[in-house]
Design a binder for this molecule. Sequence first.
Ligand code: DAH
Length: 341
Amino acid sequence: MNDLSQLQIQAEAELADANDDAALEAWRIKYLSRKGLVSQAVGRIGSLPPEERAAYGQAVNAMKQTVQAAFEARSQELIDASLAAELTAEGIDVTLPGRRPQVGRLHPISRTLRNIYDIFGQMGFQIYTARDVETDLVNFQLLNFPKGHPAREMQDTFHTTVEDVLLRTHTSPGQIRAMREYYPEPIRVILPGKCYRYEQVTARSEMMFYQVEGLAVGRNITFADLKGTLVAFANQMFGQGRKLRFRCSHFPFTEPSAEVDIDCIICGGSGCRVCKYTGWLEILGCGMVHPNVLRNGGYDPEIYSGYAFGMGPERIAILIHGIDDIRYFYSNDVRLLTQFA
Ligand code: DAH
C-alpha cells in the first residue's frame, strides 16, 4: 500500500514536469503502457495472499484511475497552452500603424481654375462656358482676324475634316457667343476652357492648355475699370501689395491692347532666373473690346464699351508653385500630383 502511494506521488511529480508532447508520451509509456509501472502494480495482485487481494485491488484501481485522470488533465493543459501560444503569435497587433489608403485630390490646374473662379465670382463675374469646337468665323474672323491675317500665324490651328471647323485656339471666340446670347444686357463673365494649338510640345508650350477669358460690356466701361479689376485679381491670386505693369501690345480684337506683368513673385523685382532678370512676370493680355468685335456681338460701339482679358492658368500655376515645365501637368505622373495636397 505504501508503495502504491509512493508510485502515485512519483508519477504525479514527473507528470507535472512533462512540458511537451514528447515528454508526455515518454511519461505515458513509463507509467500507463501495458508494461508500465502502474500495470505492473496492478499485476502484483496475483502474487498476494488471498486475504490481502481485495483491499489491494481497490487501492491499486483507485490509484490507476487517479493517475489516468491526471494524465488526461495534463494532456489537455498542454493542448490549451500550445493553442494559446499560437493565438498570441498569430494575433493582430492593433497598435501597429495602419496602411494609408491613396486619397485622390484635385489636379493643380483644377485648383488654380477654382481659385480664379472664386476671385472673379466675388467681383460679380459669372462663368460662361463656350464650345471647344469652333468655326473659323467665330474663332478668327469675327475677332478681327480675316483670312490671311498675319496674327493667325501665332495661333497654329488644328483643323477638322469639315471646312472651316476647328479646335478653338483661344477662349476669345466665347466673347462673341456670350455677347450674342446676352444682348442687350450688360455683361460680366469669365470664360474658362481648353484651347488647342498645333505646336511643338516643349517645356513652355503644350498643344492643349487652358485659358480663362474675361469680358465686361456695358454703357460706361473704361480702361480704368479694367485696371482696377486686374489689380484686385492679382492681389488675391498672388498676394497683397502686388505691382502691376501695363505694357502696350496688340491683339486684333482689342483696341487699345496691353500685356500685364506683375513684379516677380520669386525675387520681388530684384531680378532672378524666373523673371529672366527683368523683375517682371507676364501674366495676361487685355484691352478694350474692339468696336468691330462689339458690333459682331450685336452691341453698338457708339453706345456700349467693354474690356476683355485672357490668362493662362498653367502659367499662373507654374509661377505660383515654381514648376519649370508645363508638360508635368498633363503627363499624369502621380509624383507631381501628390505634391498638391
Ligand atoms: N486670346 C489671346 C491669346 O490667346 C489672349 C487675350 C489677349 C485675350 C487679350 C483677351 C485679350 O481677351 O483682351 O493669345
